[in-house]
Write a protein of this length. Structure first.
Length: 197
């Protein structure tokens, strides 16, 4: 991702549930839309302004220290204008695909938008997502569910997804840690201390 030449006002928001397109907060400036071009190295689209970061977290975190570390690094990147703003969203571990609950439907739509982004680039987000089935202990019903990752980072240019982490390419998994290092301007092979997500 390129380093923006334009300073953007930081946004720290928490929103639950998350939709497939994070909107701008009333009364705050969102990042202006920028010209975009394809890049194969990062499998993301470069923008002339910093991307907006949306961090998805489980409502019952598996590792709260890990989540805190990722959020702190994102906030640090926002302070240096490497990202235009940071928004957190929460979702449940298993989302019924047939649910009529609006919050659950928004999670499914978000997944579908991320998968379209991956498919268009020959990438995969399964894992970290998975589709499974859950049976009822009372009835014989079996329900299809979307299993969500505990930590997932999306980057946005306006209403367009420009990256989803983790994802898989032909060389393996590109992690949330990889994304943070790229945004921070570190080399692709360099590793900051900590666990890969």
């Amino acid at each position: 991702m390129c380093v923006p030449g334009l300073r953007s006002r930081m946004q720290y928001r928490t929103h639950d549930p998350g939709g497939e397109s994070p909107g701008r907060e009333r009364g705050r400036d969102g990042p202006p839309p920028g010209a975009a071009s394809e890049t194969t190295r990062d499998e993301t689209r470069e923008t002339t302004t910093a991307p907006r970061a949306v961090l998805y977290l489980r409502d019952a975190p598996a590792d709260s220290r890990l989540e805190s570390t990722v959020l702190e690094r994102l906030e640090s990147l926002a302070e240096t204008d490497r990202v235009a703003g940071v928004e957190t969203r929460t979702w449940v571990a298993r989302v019924p695909l047939s649910s009529s609950v609006p919050s659950r439907r928004s999670h499914v739509r978000a997944f579908e938008a991320m998968e379209r982004w991956a498919d268009e680039r020959g990438l995969s987000i399964r894992p970290p997502f998975a589709l499974g089935h859950v049976g009822s202990a009372v009835t014989d019903d079996v329900e299809s569910v979307l299993v969500t990752p505990s930590v997932l980072l999306t980057l946005w240019d306006g209403d367009d997804i420009v990256a989803v982490y983790p994802h898989r390419d032909g060389n393996g998994t590109v992690t949330v840690t990889d994304a943070l290092e790229r945004l921070d301007g570190e080399s692709r092979d360099g590793r900051a201390g900590g666990r890969d997500v």
